[in-house]
Design a protein around this ligand. Structure first.
Ligand SMILES: [Zn+2]
Length: 396
């Protein structure tokens, strides 16, 4: 029997396993296949098979064929999470499908007070679902054309602005050094600086619980409450505002926090905190009241395993600055660690002793002993579009 003698529903069943290239080739063979390959059911399956559209409200999609051929075919591989290279400041960018468009959304901390406040979104670019329209830089009153290129080897998206003076008005003549206290203005300056020559967004793959070294897990494979699963956190950085940090395991001895965003002292992509998992500490209530006593504690190595660490009370030393986000009075573990500090423009960087306090899987605190500062880090619970293909290496 010839292929075109099969009933339509059987052919449709077969066609739903074809890729876009095969569908295009088949559609030009005869009127039967042309008609069948126009069936939106096939394109719906193809779109969902190749791209993570699960987070979207796809109810408004009138034609999956148009969605695929106009948008996903060219821009679909870009869907996912990225670290934007905005000078020293960096950024967290999600490329998502939304309301018939593909958008690059920068997620930014919204509050100077509460590290658990939801992030706010700022649309960096938008690709209209019409193949005759060009991508737009900063959609809104100042929208202007830009180009988006995708490096299929390194997974890097480059956004090139054709009209960068459109967003420089606000920053001309501003003095960088004296803007230290205004993170928003600084960010705008660095953004404008890179926009004209091409803003790079590097792929950011968030490790899952399966990346936790096996020796740290409980016997039944579960995660002990004394450690956290890797992921994105929002943390307090004083006058620099809140920053976005990726916590992940280096090995069974160390977990590191890397800056997704950064500031003019310690730049984006640098390590901000190292947690020494083999060096737990358990200061008494009296010891915790005084920063000097904590500084003088000699960290001692133990190979007993993190699950042996006992829950303990936690007090902020009297001399320390306290965060405004509430935190529990007890913690599940406390470790010795190091935090990175530097002068402006990452001059003279060094690691200074810290103590890291694990309250629960979504909240930890860092006591910067030399700086008399206690800062909180709260897990970002938002679900982001996952990278369509794991192309290239993760920025962090
Ligand atoms: Zn622009």
């Amino acid at each position: 029997m010839r292929l075109d003698q099969l009933p339509d529903d059987v052919l449709l069943c077969i066609l739903q396993y074809c890729g876009a290239r095969e569908l295009a080739a088949l559609s030009s063979t005869c009127s039967l296949f042309h008609r069948l390959t126009c069936d939106d059911f096939i394109w719906k399956n193809l779109s969902h098979r190749e791209f993570d559209l699960s987070l979207l409200n796809t109810g408004d999609i009138k034609s999956y064929r148009k969605l695929y051929t106009n948008l996903l075919h060219k821009y679909g591989l870009m869907l996912g999470l990225y670290q934007s290279q905005i000078g020293p400041l960096g950024g967290l960018l999600e490329i998502r499908y939304c309301d018939g468009k593909i958008e690059g959304v920068s997620w930014e901390p919204s509050s100077m007070q509460d590290v658990s406040a939801p992030l706010t979104e700022c649309v960096f670019f938008s690709v209209p679902g019409d193949r005759f329209l060009t991508p737009q830089c900063f959609p809104g009153p100042n929208a202007h054309p830009c180009s988006l290129t995708f490096d299929k080897w390194r997974g890097i998206v480059t956004q090139r602005c054709f009209n960068s003076f459109k967003h420089t008005n606000d920053s001309s003549g501003l003095d960088l050094i004296h803007l230290n206290l205004n993170p928003k203005k600084l960010r705008l300056i660095f953004l404008n600086e890179v926009m004209g020559r091409g803003l790079e967004h590097k792929p950011l793959f968030i490790p899952t619980a399966s990346s936790i070294p096996k020796s740290l897990l409980n016997k039944d494979g579960s995660v002990p409450k004394q450690i956290i699963t890797p992921g994105l956190f929002q943390g307090y950085y004083g006058s620099h505002g809140h920053e976005i940090i990726l916590f992940k395991y280096k090995d069974e001895n160390e977990m590191c926090g890397y800056k997704v965003t950064g500031d003019v002292n310690v730049y984006a992509s640098k390590v901000t905190v190292k947690i020494q998992l083999k060096y737990p500490v358990a200061p008494s209530k009296a010891d915790q009241k005084c920063l000097e006593t904590l500084k003088n504690m000699e960290p001692a190595r133990t190979d007993a395993g993190v699950h042996k660490i006992l829950e303990q009370p936690f007090y902020v030393p009297a001399e320390c600055f306290e965060p405004t986000t509430p935190f529990p009075a007890r913690c599940t573990a406390r470790y010795h660690g190091f935090g990175q500090v530097a002068s402006t423009w990452y001059q003279n960087p060094s690691f200074t002793p810290v103590q890291v306090v694990i309250f629960n899987n979504d909240l930890l605190g860092v006591l910067w002993l030399e700086m008399s500062l206690f800062s909180l880090y709260s897990r970002i619970k938002k679900k982001f579009t996952s990278n369509a293909l794991k192309i290239g290496t993760s920025a962090l």
